[in-house]
Design a protein around this ligand. Sequence first.
Ligand code: PMP
Length: 395
Amino acid sequence: MANNYNNNNVRIDPATGLRIINFSAGPGLMPVSVLAEAGQSMASFSQGHGLMELSHRGKAFEAVLAETEADFRQLLAIPDGYSVLFMQGGATLQFSTVALNLVGADADAKCDYIVTGAWSAKAAEEAERLLGKGRVNVVVSTKKSKHNGDVPALDQWKFSQKQAYVFYCDNETVHGVEFGNKFPFDAIPSNVPLICDMSSNILSGPIDVSKYGLIFAGAQKNMGPAGVTVVIIRDDLLSPSRKCATQPIPQLLDYNTYSTSQSMYNTPPTFPIYMCGLVFKWLKTEIGGLDQMSAINTAKSSALYNAIDGSNGFYVCPVNKAYRSRMNVCFLVNPKSPDAAALEKRFLAEAEAKGMVQLAGHRSVGGVRASLYNAMTLENVQILIAFMKEFQARV
Ligand code: PMP
């Protein structure tokens, strides 16, 4: 094993001596400088303690938490009047938490779900399970088709008359469908909280937080390791009147528990929070902020989509151009060929042999998926593109 790590303790491909290019959809790759610094903090972080050995109530960890939150707020320009909470249970637990905390007491109001892929579909299903079908309205759904990256026109969306909240997923990780600034914000009345799952594109560029009631994101794509979920909530949504009136909310699923205790009601996930803090510093200092990050992300994904679109149909991205994700680029290998399945397998195996790993699409949709999270470099995307061209010319 020792041979598989370089001097910075960074995993390398034993065949090529290069760091493996990790296209995983999550947990995703992290900046090398962050991994190296975290490696050193393991054994010694503060006064002879390793980072993971610190008491969460001690001064050293308190400082980590405060700085992590401050940097996050600065990066996203979070306005006053919003709380930042550090929770556990992944983004999936937020599907339950949102429903229980925000459905409100008015039995006529519905929770509106915009379903544009696997994750928003799951969120809607969980809300229905907890609240009953009568409280949930699916505004629009593209769930049925395997590779349907086409978001129906707004005039086909069926909002409820009385809305408790509107939920959507900004970047559907499985299907490679992203709204970004194309989300029709004007279609949501200003008094209806807009709830967004940003697990797979948070911090990929600037956003206007003031358009949202609540944003949540699991850490393990653009922020840090799995284990912490970051929630941004507008403070008026912490009011008891927003909560489910028909069943009690477990204490650790109540947003108020976190907001009144600075996420320290019980032991928070100290290590993932620390890692997020390092990533936020990397974004601020090495990248230069979210405008710069956004430009890099556009350069990476445009290069790859251009290569796909310029391949004369050998590579095909099934997602409508308007909604193509900058984070998860999904494509098929020569889908019209009678041996498309074998070709795809060969593509994945050969890419892996060259150190480009985790390129297989989600098991529910197949195909190829290259996840280009923040820590993915343009140089590494160019290596993938060069391989794609060489593969096409050869087979
Ligand atoms: N939402 C989105 C957009 C995701 O990509 C994922 C995970 N891939 C989830 C929710 C679920 O996250 P978790 O596994 O952290 O519960």
